[in-house]
Design a protein around this ligand. Structure first.
Ligand code: DQA
Length: 139
């Protein structure tokens, strides 16, 4: 399968950012492990701190270039109707992912503007949330 992982704002700082919440591994290192584990699949990775770039990427890949998209929209999860609309506009299924348990944190993180546009949500399992999303997509 072709699976694209999209990470939103501040996720480029994984491994250096609030380590008690997000852990000490960089996403690049984790992604290399994922690629090794799923060597029969085609995993690609894109990160941007900009809402419009994330929307452009969803448009670019979401009409069949990949089979599924795993999206951690970061803080845009809680603000972006535009990303939610983009997910609804494309044909490829999108899974919402969070490293932390957003429901056990600040009140504003309990609201997801994108959840209803996605086929499902996985949150709270650390970086393993991405692997769980890939497993869900493959099933
Ligand atoms: C996050 C949770 C968001 O609330 C936060 O803004 C992030 C990361 C997570 O993966 O746990 O940037 O999406």
């Amino acid at each position: 399968m072709k699976i694209l992982i999209i990470n939103g704002p501040n996720l480029n700082l994984l491994g250096r950012r609030e380590e008690s919440i997000y852990g000490s591994k960089s996403f690049e290192n984790y992604f290399a492990e994922l690629q090794e584990k799923y060597c029969n699949d085609e995993l690609t990775y894109y990160q941007s701190n900009n809402e419009g770039d994330i929307i452009d990427k969803l448009h670019e890949e979401g009409f069949g270039k990949v089979d599924a998209i795993v999206l951690n929209a970061g803080a845009y999860t809680h603000t972006s109707i535009a990303i939610s609309d983009a997910i609804r506009a494309i044909k490829v299924p999108v899974i919402e992912v969070h490293i932390s348990n957003v429901n056990a944190r600040e009140e504003y993180r309990r609201i997801s503007y994108i959840a209803a546009s996605c086929i499902g949500t996985i949150a709270g399992f650390g970086l393993d949330s991405y692997r769980l999303a890939i497993e869900a997509v493959k099933k």
